[in-house]
Ligand binder design. Sequence first.
Ligand code: LLP
Length: 432
Amino acid sequence: MTSSQAQPAAIPGDAATTDPRWLDGVDLRQLAEAMPTPFHAYSASAIQQRIDALQTALAGLDATICFAVKANPNLAILQLMAAAGVGADIVSVGELRRALNAGIPAERIVFSGVGKSADEIAGALNVGIMRFNVESLDELHTLQRLAKTQDVMARAAVRINPDVDAQTHAKISTGKSENKFGVSIDEARRWFAARKQLDHVQLDGLHVHIGSQILSVEPFRLALQRVAAFWRELEQAGHPITSIDVGGGLGVCYRAGVDEPVAAADYVGVIREALAGFGGRLLLEPGRHLVAEAGVLLTRVIRVKPGTERTFLVLDAAMNDLLRPSLYDAWHDIVPLVDAARPMAVYDIVGPVCETGDTFARARELPECVAGELLLIKATGAYGTSMASTYNSRPLAAEVLLQNGRYAVVRRRQHFEEMIAGEQPARNWKTP
Ligand code: LLP
C-alpha cells in the first residue's frame, strides 16, 4: 500500500481516531462535495487491519476465515476478502454468485441457512463448495439425493444448536433451543449413527453459530465446550471429525465508551482452549467484526424541526439506508463532521421516511446542528447496505471504498429506472 497523502488514516474504532473528518486518509468533507449524500464509505485499510489481526491470532492453526457475505456483499469488499485469502460463508445462491464473481474459490465457501432450496443445493454442489452446514434432517436427505444425481460426494457439517444464550438482542440470537437454527446434539448423534447410509454425503464436520454482536467470550466458551465434548464423543464412537466451524458473532463497538468488544486474540484464545487437541480444520465465519467499524454513512441535515415536545434533526439518510436502529433499536454513534465548539442540544435524529420508526436516535445530545451540515453515522459497514431497501421509492445509496487518501465508487447510487426495472403494466393476463 502506498500513502499518497500526509494525513494519517483515521479509522473508526481505533483509539487513534480523533478527527471524524478523516477516514483512511480521505477528507470526508471534500468527498461529500464530490458525491451527493447519503452514501456509505468504507475504509479498506481498516478492513485489512481486521483481517490481518484475526489471521495473526490464528497463526499455527489450520484455520480458514469465511467472511459472512450477508454482512456486506459489495463486490469490492468481497474482492478485498479474496485477495487476503479469506473465503465466504453464504446463505443463498445470490451470495454464492457474488462470492465466485469476486474471485473467492469454491473450495473456500461454506453454505449455511435453514432454508436452502433444492435448486440452491444443486447449484452449490455443481461448483464444488467446501462444505454445507446442514440444519435439518430433511436438508441432509435432500443433499444426499442431489449429490447422488450429480454423482458427487457432498461434504457436510451438522449445525449444532447448543442451547446457549448469546446475551444479545433476541432478533439476532440463534443458539437457543427455541430458535429455528441447527439441531440438538441428541439429533446430531442420530445422524452420525446413521451416517453410513449416506453414500453421497461425507458427514464429518460440526458447525455452531449462536448469534451476533456478542460482547463477551463466555457464550462462545460455553458453546464451544459443548461442541468439543460432542466432537470427542463422536471420535470415540468411530466418527472422525475433520472440520469444526465456530461461526461468527464477534461484537463491535457501536457506542464509544460503552461497548467493549472482545479482541480477536482473546476470542481465538477461547477457541484454542476449548478445541485443544483438535487436529482438523477450523472454520470461522466473522461478518460484522471485519467490516462494521470500517464503514460510515455520510448524511446531511435537511432541516431542524422544532416540535412541541422534541426537536427533530431530519437527515437525508433514512431507515431504507440503515435499518438497524429501526429494527433492533440499535445504537449508532452519530457525530457532526465539523468539530467546531458549539453549545449542545438534544435531538431526535430521524429520516424522511413516513414512519415514526424511521428514527436513528432518540434524545441524542449533539452540538447544535444547522441545515445542510454533514453528519457521520458510524459503524455502518456491516448490515447497512446489505439490509437496505428502496422503501418510499428512495434509490439505493452509493458506496465508496477509501484507501490511503483515495476513493473509488464501488456502487453508484441507483437510478430511478433501475429501481422500477422489472415492473410492467398488467397487460398479458393469463390463467395459471
Ligand atoms: N454465520 C452464520 C451462520 C450467520 O447466520 C451469521 C449472521 C454470521 C456467521 C455472521 O455473524 P456476525 O459475525 O456478523 O455477527 N442484521 C443483524 C445481524 C444478523 C446476523 C445474521 N447472521 C444486525 O444488523 O445486527
